[in-house]
Design a protein around this ligand. Structure first.
Ligand SMILES: Nc1ncnc2c1ncn2[C@@H]1O[C@H](COP(=O)(O)OP(=O)(O)OP(=O)(O)O)[C@@H](O)[C@H]1O
Ligand SMILES: Nc1ncnc2c1ncn2[C@@H]1O[C@H](COP(=O)(O)OP(=O)(O)OP(=O)(O)O)[C@@H](O)[C@H]1O
Ligand SMILES: [Mg+2]
Ligand SMILES: [Mg+2]
Lengths: 229, 229
């Protein structure tokens, strides 16, 4: 489903170049549940943003269902994001002026889902992440873990083919985290959703994912090879 | 050093009242390293904000070094925060328009530290959290874990008597997380800094803290008692 071909993302900072992603070639098949691991600053979020079509590579190709994201126009990328991808950001990125229900509903409005259907799906998504009692809260009126779960509910509401989750349980206690992981795993086993999940917890990755990908200094490492920094 | 006396923080939402902190009486001695654990939404960040003087209780007292925060004026609370507390927020709260060095310097400017001294302390704080190579980056140009470490560097730069750290390693891989925990523990053992750390990882708490406090539904639980939700 996803194939990156020598993809790079560089940032120029004055005289320096930061090679956030530095030549990554990886193939993730349809229906796979891949965990992306690596030290802080190794390029995980950058790679996720490239696959999500939220950022453009400096060079290389990103093929999703055969189409190269690097060649798409902004409108085509927006359409790809709306219809294919559900994303949980490392910092949640909820809209501060909207309440929880409105935030979760947002992707469906962009995808032009029927209004009658939207309500039911919002309720269902929030029930699954156990936030039904927080519908009217704005993000600042939610705990960190509640915001994280809200971001997941929003990512799921359009039943995306591809779920990109950047640290979906980083702010959750182990029991709540486990519920969330079971929910994500269920999407994979029952709906065949392709999943790429960044996590810092190797044990979590080994328990739920069927494949581990390691990044170090913007490059892919062999499984088990320690990062160089 | 810190004593809360039946402290409560309620939020009114229309007809409902949310009892985020619901009668917590806890004493944390000077120099203690306390870990605060509990499920998502159990009131940990709310309690931390009350102890930091960033939020006022609905009722009850919060005595820090003998003074009741609930009785202080806004100016007195600001002074308390500036001189006594260093805080790492669950969502970091770095200033988006300033770069890393400026963000870390900020508490010293508020505390009116001499300019010549400030530079050296910023460099030292950033070296300890391994961010010397990111001085000129703004928060949006840093990875999640780098932002988290920057927030810690900022919290330490005034050598506070009390360090309140809300999930200081939630966005860090285990090796980087360990370095950060060693740094925090070192403050406690060498400088006698009182530490209250929220964490979701019980193993981390047991390894570094000398005391565990459990919250559930806004109340303190007996050690080992599972949360009711
Ligand atoms: N401003 C607010 N208005 C209404 N309810 C709030 C507000 N802030 C927090 N809450 C509620 O208070 C409860 C406790 O929040 P708090 O942030 O203290 O939890 P927490 O223990 O830090 O959770 P987490 O582990 O998810 O970070 C949550 O259920 C939250 O929805
Ligand atoms: N806009 C930017 N400009 C310059 N450098 C950047 C920018 N965004 C990210 N970086 C740098 O690129 C590197 C990779 O960032 P990225 O966010 O992908 O790391 P990560 O693996 O997700 O880390 P973490 O585990 O801490 O979240 C980091 O060292 C970061 O400082
Ligand atoms: Mg990241
Ligand atoms: Mg919290």
């Amino acid at each position: 489903a996803i194939q990156t071909v020598d993809v790079r993302r560089h940032y120029r900072m004055g005289e320096n170049v930061i090679k956030a992603v530095d030549g990554v070639s990886v193939t993730i098949k349809q229906g796979e549940f891949a965990a992306l691991l690596g030290t802080s600053g190794s390029g995980k979020s950058t790679l996720m943003n490239l696959i999500a079509g939220l950022d453009r590579p400096s060079s290389g190709a990103i093929l999703v269902h055969g189409r190269d994201l690097a060649q798409m126009s902004s409108e085509e990328l927006a359409k790809y994001r709306r219809h294919t991808v559900g994303m949980v950001f490392q910092s949640f990125n909820l809209v501060p002026t909207m309440n929880l229900a409105e935030n979760v509903e947002l992707p469906m409005r962009f995808a032009e889902v029927d209004r009658s259907e939207r309500d039911a799906r919002v309720q269902d998504a929030l029930k699954r992440v156990r936030l039904s009692a927080r519908l009217t809260h704005r993000p600042s009126e939610l705990s960190g873990g509640e915001q994280q779960r809200a971001a997941l509910a929003r990512a799921l509401v359009n039943k995306p083919q591809l779920l990109l989750a950047d640290e979906p349980t980083g702010n959750l206690d182990s029991r709540t985290g486990e519920e969330i992981m079971n929910l994500i795993q269920e999407l994979n086993t029952t709906l065949g959703t392709t999943i790429v999940m960044v996590t810092h917890e190797r044990s979590l990755a080994e328990r739920y994912a069927n494949r581990l990908i390691f990044l170090g200094d913007g490059k892919m490492l062999d499984a088990g090879e320690p990062a160089t920094t």
